[in-house]
Write a protein of this length. Structure first.
Length: 408
């Protein structure tokens, strides 16, 4: 196998040092010192793989290996190196480092491709800091809206200011946009982050489509009051009302096979033990492979929430943070990946992705394909996230065969 599995494994753990927490998890948000250090190390690896390296106007780190033909579209291999808070070692970096490994293995085997091959570490795929994910892939695909750069982090810093502080020029971010004719295909290797492959005893699988995330922030405003002196029927308790809404969200979502709903953040004001919460804010991450099912759930929970707040004389605002359409993977690339699996004597297995990925931004831009490798106990976004060295090597080998086929 052309892939140097040990080198891939070593680099995965070298990269994880930046943002490493005492828990063993990784916290590496976009436009921070630790992300800069991680980007610099990725650039070093890209150079070792013989690629020319640049950073575009969105902060995407891009390595490029030329093809034998000049003006032909490139095959892009991408993923991300930013993380969630206390995330794992593999979510994102596996895809970037496996892409570099594919190119390095080709160079070392003197394999030439007709099409150029590019490896991209996209800026801020997770959205952990600003609530807007996939900033780098949106910029490259030309789907980023200028007003989205005004989204703020928990300290009130906008994406634009954070970019400036990182030495980037947000008002020039449109320069990161690529023309569709310069891209032949986009492929990504990623950990599954679920239990499907593990339960099937499969090291790797081929993604059929990517569920679309809808992120919203809900603010319920009631009335702060004395916890002891206010009878239950005279309260405007924003937290109790929020909990009713959240309960309804769970019940409604469970009616749909592939739908998932997560309230990841919640906060109350003023936050005193003996004070009825006057204001409650929570986030909702709602996803489905089928956009119309996600829409049905959104309609149902929104109308329920508005009528409950009206009954209780409370106000409610729902702010949309990001709405990404579900993305189907290309049948042609899936067939290439299935062939690659067979060449590696792996029974091809297909599965949907509940997690979002940068490839979604290329939905209307170019054909996309994704390979998953098995996640131990399905754990991810957690310090215990784990995939074996062998499975990472297998995923990289499938990626190698796929890129070789697409770029030749
Ligand atoms: O949220 C997600 O699905 C991905 O981890 N960004
Ligand atoms: Mn993730
Ligand atoms: Mn990821
Ligand atoms: Mn991804």
């Amino acid at each position: 196998m052309a892939i140097n599995q040990a080198r891939l494994w070593r680099r995965l753990h070298e990269l994880s040092q930046f943002g490493k927490q005492t828990s063993g998890g990784v916290t590496r948000f976009s436009f921070t010192k630790e992300e800069r250090q991680a980007k610099d190390l990725v650039m070093t690896y890209m150079k070792e793989a013989g690629m020319t390296v640049r950073e575009d106007a969105a902060g995407n780190v891009i390595g490029r290996k030329e093809g034998t033909k000049e003006v032909v579209p490139a095959v892009l291999i991408g993923s991300h190196i930013d993380s969630v808070p206390e995330g794992g070692v593999f979510d994102g970096p596996l895809g970037v480092l496996a892409g570099i490994e594919v190119v390095q293995a080709m160079s070392e085997a003197n394999v030439e491709t007709v099409h150029p091959v590019e490896v991209i570490a996209f800026t801020d795929e997770e959205g952990s800091r600003f609530g807007l994910g996939m900033i780098g892939s949106r910029a490259l695909a030309g789907t980023l809206l200028p007003e989205q750069l005004q989204q703020i982090d928990q300290n009130g810093i906008t994406i634009a200011v954070a970019m400036q502080e990182a030495g980037l020029h947000p008002n020039e971010i449109n320069k990161a946009a690529r023309q569709p004719e310069t891209v032949k295909a986009y492929v990504e290797l990623h950990i599954e982050q679920g239990k499907v492959l593990e339960r099937a005893g499969q090291p790797a699988g081929i993604v059929t489509g990517i569920a679309g995330p809808l992120w919203t922030r809900w603010t319920i405003e009631g009335e702060a009051g004395h916890a002891g002196a206010t009878p239950m029927n005279q309260r405007k308790d924003s937290l109790m009302t929020s909990l009713q809404i959240i309960q309804y969200i769970e019940e409604e979502t469970k009616k749909y096979t592939n739908a998932v709903a997560t309230v990841g953040q919640i906060s109350v004001k003023p936050g005193g033990v003996n004070v009825i919460p006057g204001e409650t804010t929570f986030t909702l991450d709602l996803r489905d492979i089928e956009e119309r099912d996600r829409d049905h759930i959104e309609e149902a929970i929104t109308s329920y929430a508005y009528s409950l707040c009206a009954d209780r004389e409370m106000s409610i605002t729902i702010e949309e943070l990001q709405r990404v359409a579900p993305a189907p993977c290309s049948n042609e690339i899936r067939a290439v990946m299935e062939e690659a699996c067979r060449e590696l004597e792996i029974e091809p297995m297909s599965l949907p992705s509940g997690a979002g990925h940068d490839g979604m931004q290329f939905n209307d831009f170019c054909p996309i394909g994704m390979v998953f490798v098995r996640s131990k106990d399905g754990i991810s976004h957690n310090p215990d996230e784990w995939s074996s060295e062998e499975d990472c090597g297998t995923g990289a080998a499938i990626l190698y065969e796929t890129v070789l086929h697409l770029a030749t």
